[in-house]
Design a protein around this ligand. Sequence first.
Ligand code: AMP
Ligand code: ZN
Length: 298
Amino acid sequence: MMSRGKYLLRCKSARRKDIVIPNGETLIVGRSPITGIKNTRVSKRHLKLTSTDKGVICEAIGSNRAFVNGQPLVQFDKKLLLNKEVLNLIEGELEYQLIMDEKNENTATPGKEPKMVHSNHWSQGLFRAMEDPELKVLDDEKVCVIKDKYPKATHHFLVLPKEHLSTLNDLTASHTTLVEHMVQVAEDHLIKDLKDFEFKMGFHAIPSMAQVHMHVISQDFNSPCLKTKKHWNSFNTDYFILAKDVLSQIKSEGKVNTSSAMKSLLSENLVCNRCSLKPKNIPDLKQHLLKHFKAKQK
Ligand code: AMP
Ligand code: ZN
């Protein structure tokens, strides 16, 4: 077994964040906000990295070749990368060196601008939230439930699998029971005791935070954290993919249907979720929503 700590892939050719491969885990890396890689020759799912006691197994998933110590890694090939060895995500570019980090800490060097380590990047905040007693609601062997730190409604929870799944694109038919379990946990432990509220459960088509998370959100949207059109539309257009639709898509097609074009849904005109009113702006919408909310409480 790998003793302690984790592996880091540290970029040599540019100031990029370290990619952290936690002890004993598998990570899919590629073009994403997490790696900061924008080069379109790198697929979103470019390499599968698995840490072992000897080093990191690199498996090519994307169509463009990666290079392990100068040796090409064609699609679906695997090679072992050892401590201090070099990986290029594409030919001659994006060069990373494997570092065994035994300290298990952010490896920023004093006096130098800290390198952004995976676990300290803002997009990794949900991993930290899962350990935060103020936010953690419950967990079991498969999932963890936290309160959303910036709730967009009276009740807003996130249900996260413990299995490392970076994005919705990592979900396949094999995750059906996991997603069903996420829904069941929400129904049994979150929604059941809050009968005065209507809830929806679903996933943002293009999430900003790493690790798959299902939003469980009350439909009053009565919260000071709901501030922008983007916030509203992310829960009230097709950008919000209901858990039942995620389930039927992974069961029938083996994947969730998302595309970068769905981003445009965030700038659609505002429409109330209770009636056909089309408010001019968010303050008008929020004032209007309070009327529905108060009417329901009477
Ligand atoms: P999205 O990635 O778009 O599905 O949304 C991420 C959700 O995580 C948002 O609703 C945020 O309010 C919430 N969030 C962001 N940072 C944290 C954090 N550190 N702890 C808990 N929730 C967070
Ligand atoms: Zn209305």
